[in-house]
Ligand binder design. Structure first.
Ligand SMILES: *Cc1c(COP(=O)(O)O)cnc(C)c1O
Length: 401
């Protein structure tokens, strides 16, 4: 028996689950019907701007909304350049390409992230190299990575070589999970020591800040997503943000078939992609970006309500933004105590049954068959956390203030 099981307040399993559901009902009020995990919201100038875009006739990959969207997105991330793209996965793919990741290289990435992060590495012909996360941020653990690289990698002629696989380690790709910033300063120091570029997967972290600096503006380059489930949406969409004009130019070039600018000639100087965001999606995006501040405030209010609502329930913790950080609280996260991990699946069943869309964290990527042979560290923290994480309904409208 654990200490908690001996104590008088330890609730039976079914009673515990009922208590979690009761708290959820208190925080969110009784739903009329189904409460989604994260609903899109169109309460600004969306109709006006999309109509204006249609009226202009410029609905495809060129247009004034694309230009404005790129400027606005860069500004939010505190950098000079934005490149609007079809989705976040394409943004990650191009970001890896332009920082010089080559086929056969390895890219350091957390095992606890959405599959798209690793897929983008594969699309670049490279190999994900999985590392553990820290419980304090839920993001990549710089100290664990430091120890790991010390053991498996050596600098050779200016390149970092994994001496177990013989491959070059070409980049570090942290992901700010659920909008909570990864601990970037020690990671940036480590990257500098090994001369590795840091590509941020900031798909979930638009509007989040790390020690006053915006996520997406911390590494050499970053990828954002504007999929329908993210804090802001363009229907589907993504962007690259960076301070480096050459990287931005190359990303845009690769996203537009590698066509050299000319008044009438079609000349392409490399095999490239059709990854540009249509102007009509950018119109939606411009209207959404205007609402970011208001949305962040309501999401923060919802997070505070969750934190207060579950504060005195033994067996669970609502995850809070790491110290020194301001999270966008894209998804609120309930973490079960270790001795309640066995309740996770029954709890997910019951919460969903009651009309609250709740989800576990993604399957850890090294467990997916196509990534099971990838190089990796031991992963004790994420293997433990995976069993205990439940994502809670987090639409901004639930945090109305
Ligand atoms: C959503 C997401 C992506 C991919 O974005 P899409 O626009 O869906 O391609 C990548 N990484 C993370 C962490 C995400 O949450």
């Amino acid at each position: 028996m654990t200490q908690a099981q001996e104590s008088k307040t330890f609730l039976g399993d079914a009673t515990f689950r009922a208590a979690v559901l009761a708290r959820l009902r208190e925080v969110l009020d009784e739903p009329d019907d189904f409460v989604p995990l994260h609903a899109p919201e169109f309460s600004g100038a969306e109709w006006k701007m999309v109509k204006d875009c249609l009226d202009s006739g410029w609905v495809s990959s060129v247009g004034s909304y694309v230009d404005r969207f790129e400027r606005d997105v860069a500004k939010i991330c505190g950098v000079a350049h934005g490149v609007a793209l079809v989705n976040g996965t394409a943004a990650l793919h191009l970001a890896l390409r332009v920082v010089g990741v080559m086929p056969g290289d390895e890219v350091i990435v957390p095992a606890m992230t959405f599959v798209a992060t690793a897929n983008a590495i594969s699309h670049a012909g490279a190999i994900p190299h999985f590392v553990d996360s820290e419980a304090r941020t839920l993001g990549l653990d710089p100290q664990a990575l430091d120890r790991h690289l010390d053991q498996v990698a050596k600098m050779r002629k200016g390149e970092l070589i994994n001496h177990k696989t013989g491959a070059r380690i070409a980049a570090i790709l942290p992901m700010h999970i659920f909008g909570h910033p990864t601990d970037m300063y020690p990671l940036l120091d480590l990257a500098a020591a090994y001369d590795l570029p840091v590509v941020e997967d900031a798909a979930e972290a638009l509007g989040s800040h790390y020690h006053g600096r915006a996520c997406g503006g911390l590494g050499r380059i970053a990828a954002l997503s504007f999929n329908g489930n993210k804090i802001l949406t363009t229907g589907g969409g993504g962007a690259i943000v960076t301070d480096d004009p050459d990287l931005a130019w190359h990303a845009k070039h690769l996203s537009t078939t590698g066509k050299l600018p000319h008044r009438w000639a079609f000349y392409h100087d490399e095999i490239a992609y059709n990854y540009r965001l249509p102007n009509i999606n950018a119109a939606l995006g411009c209207a959404q970006l205007e609402q970011l501040k208001d949305r962040l405030a309501r999401k923060r209010a919802l997070a505070e309500r969750y934190i207060a609502g579950f504060a005195d329930l033994d067996g669970v913790t609502i995850f809070r933004e790491p110290e020194g950080c301001q999270s966008n609280y894209w998804l609120n996260t309930l973490i079960l105590d270790p001795d309640r991990a066995g309740e996770r699946n029954a709890l997910l069943d019951e919460l969903n049954e009651a009309g609250f869309m709740c989800r576990p964290v993604w399957s850890l990527l090294h467990r997916l068959p196509f990534y099971s042979d990838c190089p990796r560290t031991s992963l004790p923290v994420v293997e433990d956390l995976e069993r205990r994480i439940i994502s809670l309904p987090s639409s901004a409208c639930l945090g109305a203030i």
